[in-house]
Design a protein around this ligand. Structure first.
Ligand SMILES: [Zn+2]
Ligand SMILES: [Zn+2]
Length: 181
């Protein structure tokens, strides 16, 4: 996801170039490759290059309810200014702006979008991913994935037969484990 911006750095402020992005890379660092697609616009600013654009990708995540892996679509809105580290005309190193974590264009005038895309993906990734909005989750009793249908377990705490049984257990002096109420 690298763009050589040597030419554009020589252009006037406000000059624009458009690029199609279609690349596969490991966004989350977990070894799964994702296809990132979309368009970015690079604009020459007085300080460097402003990158804006909308990208689409999908990452593999674990459903927070049923623990199954699924593909989660992400929309990445990129808006980052990149600062040159070397003057394109003279080759002289440039001082960086005093902005912590700002993005830079390397000494070969290559602008690398990878880190900006990765950061944006982490930002928009859901904290509690759901494979679908109405994911039924796992049976707390047997661990069965309830999206695949009911398991054989009685509904918790509602079946009168179980209420009777636990009364019997209490009456016979069986200790209930603490902290399960
Ligand atoms: Zn799920
Ligand atoms: Zn069950």
């Amino acid at each position: 996801m690298q763009i050589n911006v040597a030419q554009q750095l020589k252009e006037y402020i406000g000059s624009i170039r458009n690029y199609e992005v279609s690349e596969v890379f490991d966004i989350t660092g977990n070894g799964n490759k994702s296809l990132v697609q979309g368009k970015v616009k690079l604009m020459r600013t007085d300080r460097g290059i402003l990158v804006t654009g909308g990208l689409q990708t999908e990452v593999e995540v674990t459903c927070s309810r049923c623990l199954s892996l699924f593909s989660c679509p992400l929309t990445l809105n990129i808006e980052e200014e990149y600062f040159p580290t070397t003057d394109v005309a003279s080759g002289i190193p440039l001082p960086l702006p005093e902005e912590p974590g700002c993005f830079t264009i390397d000494e070969h005038h290559v602008l690398d979008l990878t880190e900006a895309i990765r950061q944006q993906a982490l930002l928009v990734m859901p904290m509690k991913p759901l494979c679908r909005q109405d994911c039924a989750g796992l049976c707390p009793n047997c661990g069965h994935n309830l999206n695949q249908g009911a398991c054989g377990c009685p509904p918790q705490g509602t079946d009168p037969r179980w209420a009777e049984l636990s009364k019997l257990a209490l009456a016979s002096g069986v200790n209930e484990p603490k902290g399960t109420e």
